[in-house]
Design a protein around this ligand. Sequence first.
Ligand SMILES: Nc1ncnc2c1ncn2[C@@H]1O[C@H](COP(=O)(O)OP(=O)(O)OP(=O)(O)O)[C@@H](O)[C@H]1O
Ligand SMILES: [Mg+2]
Length: 507
Amino acid sequence: MASGKAEEVLRMEHITKQFGSVYANRDINFDVRAGEVHTLLGENGAGKSTLMNVLFGLYQPTSGDIYVRGRKVKIESPSQAVKLGIGMVHQHFMLVEAMTVFENIILGDTRSAGIFIDRNARRKEILELSEKYGLEADLDQPITELAVGAQQRVEILKALYRGCDVLVLDEPTAALTDTEAEGLFEIMNRLKDEGKSVIFISHKMREVLRVSDRVTILRAGQTVETLDIGEVSGEDLANKMIGRELKPSQYEKNEAAGNEIAVLEHVSYHKNSKHNGLNDVSLQIRAGEVVGIAGVDGNGQSQLAMLLTGNIAPEEGSLNLKGTTVATFDPNGFIRENVSHIPEDRNKAGLVGNMSVADNLVLKITRDPRFSYGNGLHLKKKSIHGYALEMQKKYDIRCSSVGQEARNLSGGNQQKVILARELESSPDLLIAVHPTRGLDIGATRFIHDTVIAQRDRGGAVLLISADFDEILEVSDRILVMFEGKIMGEYSGKNPPIEEISLAMAGK
Ligand SMILES: Nc1ncnc2c1ncn2[C@@H]1O[C@H](COP(=O)(O)OP(=O)(O)OP(=O)(O)O)[C@@H](O)[C@H]1O
Ligand SMILES: [Mg+2]
């Protein structure tokens, strides 16, 4: 479809977007043809989301022009973008949780401005779309009850319902299981067959190679180049993206772990809930080892992490932490026991969006005499600032200043702030849940190195990840979870990959 002759539907010319002194986009040229998937590839903070927010009318460019089907346009709001046939599914979902699927989809539909909207006709229309694209959705379900994959489908349905020729998908697969991602790729193919275009953003190279027709690489806010996917390898793309060569990593497995730091014995929690419970789980995490939990998301991994960080208590069984049986499950108690947590949902549990990067970095240690007098009463602003600068450098947190509000950071850089906060305390036990979700390959490598360094210094690490490659790469020991149960235990050295995959499917 996307041959050189295909019609150009969209062109962004010399786009520059400044936030204060920061150039998020600098003189970017980018165009989209009918019926193609055009991927934007770039490190965390390279400017991908910003460019798409400009296209969708959320930001006004500092300078530059946008053409839709050859006509110069000014896109001043998302509703104008929608009128021009542009749809967008954001990196952080924007559904209204208190509403149902149906209400969310028709929200903002100008035809529903009157009091008497024809709900039945609308429903029919949505159900037809859902059928046509294989986007399953229960229209009457409240958003809060939906898993991430289902929310994703609602966002796409919403964009399609509004009628778009160009659909922007900003990191749509970051939180999807492999099967869900496959489903999404099929939908993208169907859109292409109809001559619609997709602008795709992802850090997963394998996907990029598979779904893209063309790739435009951004680095530090600027266009590096646009390539046909047939011309390049994943390695080429990665090197162009980060501007240097990244050697493949290989970590030594530690087979001689130390003392038991955390021991679960016959722990159950909502044990009849296959997807959100734990059913008779026993396991140990020892000093100096990384225990990886492999499994499809939603098989009790979240509950395991919540339990090991004091957010929920077992209904049956016990947890022994550093030699003592835990009597009270309370997150602050676990923090005092030097348990660190990289949470699953960085927006809900990880960061305080309207606080600065610096304040987020010391969130758990404000009482430290380095940062305050009188047990947290008077903050030592200068010391906090100095510490934040140090962390910014060490973790390569890209922000205009450490005084910047955390919510304005790019997705990947928000994750780095959490990592810095949680890893700097040299935890006895680190619970890392999808620690590299949304991170670019360079940052992912850095996190893996850091987790291994925690291990080598004698920390115990539990790594939960839906990314099987990550589990294989970093774990010394692998446990497989399925429907709240541990299905098997495997050594991280030469693990039986096939057997593990079967166990992940409950076989
Ligand atoms: N509202 C804002 N105010 C200030 N700076 C911002 C704002 N939005 C984005 N930035 C800055 O612009 C730069 C580009 O961010 P952007 O979110 O576009 O990156 P990205 O390529 O999408 O990264 P990621 O892969 O991590 O999502 C970052 O340095 C970010 O801090
Ligand atoms: Mg982004």
